[in-house]
Design a protein around this ligand. Structure first.
Ligand code: UDX
Length: 463
């Protein structure tokens, strides 16, 4: 099928590249010329394992193109994905101005024939109908321009466009760092629309994924497709992220109680996770959730509820537990080192989770700010951020290029991100370069025995 994806952030680029790999002809549109140039040369603007390789193979096969020309993309696609950012405004509401600009742009370029316009961006509930209105506005503006240019009557302008379209909400559930795997092995595909033709086209588009043609285990039953109305599909995205974030806040609260009563939260998580009604995922206690989705989506849902005169008490608590949890390492450092003023703290990891270069709403940022406020000097090593050129926006922290050098002269270390390479660090060498080696394991990630044998005092979260 012919597909156009507008916006090449995480979601847009991964969606475009994976659909091209499925055999569809995909044109990805972005208004950032530099980025388009980079992607045309086969390089991914984001760090995501396996993405560049798929980009290159699909480009060579002629299934994938990049352009900054929206009209060219809209003309090509029978299915048009809107996948631009919806960042959080200071109020907590989503900033939908990029979605609006794209919807208007689509309207201005629509011509004869039927198209499906898909909301892939996480948009406030009710946006499907709003996008429809904006696209219609875009069409009307173009008609006006045609009439204004002269020689064409209103009716002629209308019939020269005769655009027909339906809007579909198709939320994305991929995780950064395993985006390709998640796209080819989804737990479900959600399609919300009032148009039957649109749903049928979307089902055809996703057939290779539903049939698990690119899945790791092709013997599994087909991927379930959940067909709903527009608003329910939009709500599914928010509810899924809010549930997962709440689940993490829940286990973090349990961890804090474990700390006080002398229980081990990792064993508690195992014990409750085996209950199939609870499930063992997203029960890893630590220094809290961050990233581009959870914080933004939970606060957007709280605000939507407020707009409809409902106070989302549970979600508000999940957020406040998380805010407190982000500083749990500072509390533990104070217990270990007492006065933090003048002390040197080394952070292992900066990104909000491993296998990404994403620093958006990373717990490390709060940690750095608070440690600085208390007069501590902060150093850090991160497998990706420590590479040159990726330290933008970071202040109050000295970024080291070597994990073992990081320990040199530190009073304590904090493991912030559960990067796999940290398991193989030379802890004995690191301990030797510290006067009283102590490590706060902010993700309960390290092997306590290994680290203690190397000479460290080990402090976990809730164990
Ligand atoms: C999330 C959702 O998982 C995904 O479905 C959605 O499309 C986008 O948001 P992502 O932000 O990439 O994906 O990261 P995820 O792996 O979900 O982790 C989010 C945060 O929760 C990270 O900061 C992570 O460290 C933290 N986390 C996760 C925990 O603290 N404990 C856990 O058990 C799991």
């Amino acid at each position: 099928m012919k597909v156009c994806v507008i916006g090449t952030g995480y979601v847009g680029l991964v969606t475009g590249v994976c659909l091209a790999h499925c055999g569809h002809h995909v044109i990805c549109v972005d208004n950032n010329e530099e980025k388009v140039k980079l992607m045309k040369s086969g390089q991914s603007p984001i760090y995501e394992p396996g993405l560049s390789e798929l980009m290159q193979s699909s480009t060579q096969a002629g299934n994938l193109e990049f352009t900054s020309d929206l009209g060219y993309g809209v003309d090509h696609g029978e299915i048009l994905f809107i996948a631009v950012g919806t960042p959080a405004l200071p109020s907590g509401d989503s900033d939908t101005r990029y979605v609006e600009a794209v919807a208007r742009g689509i309207g201005a370029h629509l011509s004869k024939g039927y198209k499906v316009i898909v909301n892939k961006s996480t948009v406030p509930i009710g946006s499907g109908d709003w996008v429809r209105m904006i696209v219609l506005d875009g069409i009307a503006e173009r008609q006006k321009a045609l009439v204004g240019a002269g020689g064409v009557s209103g009716e002629e302008a209308l019939s020269s466009i005769e655009a027909e379209f339906d809007v579909v909400s198709n939320p994305e559930f991929l995780r950064e760092g395993s985006a390709i795997y998640d796209t080819f092995n989804p737990d479900r595909i959600v399609l919300g629309s009032n148009g039957e033709k649109a749903i049928a086209m979307m089902q055809e588009l996703y057939a290779p994924i539903v049939d698990r043609r690119f899945a790791e285990e092709s013997s599994l039953p087909p991927v379930p497709v959940v067909v709903t109305d527009l608003s329910s599909a939009e709500m599914i995205k928010y509810a899924a992220n809010a549930f997962l974030a709440t689940k993490i806040s829940f286990i973090n609260e349990v961890a804090n109680i474990c700390d006080r009563v002398g229980a081990d939260v990792t064993q508690v998580a195992k014990g409750i996770g085996l209950d199939s009604r609870i499930g063992n995922k997203f029960l890893q206690a630590g220094i809290g959730w961050g990233g581009s989705c959870f914080p933004k989506d939970v606060s957007a849902l709280i605000h939507t509820a407020e707009d409809y005169n409902y106070e989302a008490q549970l979600l508000k608590s999940a957020v406040s537990v998380n805010e407190r949890q982000r500083l749990i390492a500072v509390e533990k450092l104070q217990q270990e080192l007492k006065i933090l003023k003048g002390k040197v703290v080394g952070l292992l990891g900066l990104t909000f989770k491993p296998d990404t270069d994403d620093m958006r709403d990373a717990p490390a940022l709060n940690l750095i700010e608070q440690l600085n406020r208390l007069g501590a000097k902060v150093k850090a090593y991160d497998p990706i951020i420590s590479q040159s050129g990726m330290r933008h926006g970071l202040s109050g922290v000295i970024v080291e290029t070597d994990p073992e050098m990081l320990a040199d002269g530190c009073d304590a270390l904090v493991l912030v991100t559960d990067w796999q390479p940290f398991l193989k660090l030379d802890f004995a060498k690191m301990a030797k370069s510290m006067s009283h080696p102590v490590i706060i394991d902010g993700r309960n990630f390290l092997n306590r025995q290994t680290v203690e044998k190397a000479g460290f005092r080990y402090v976990g979260i809730g164990r």
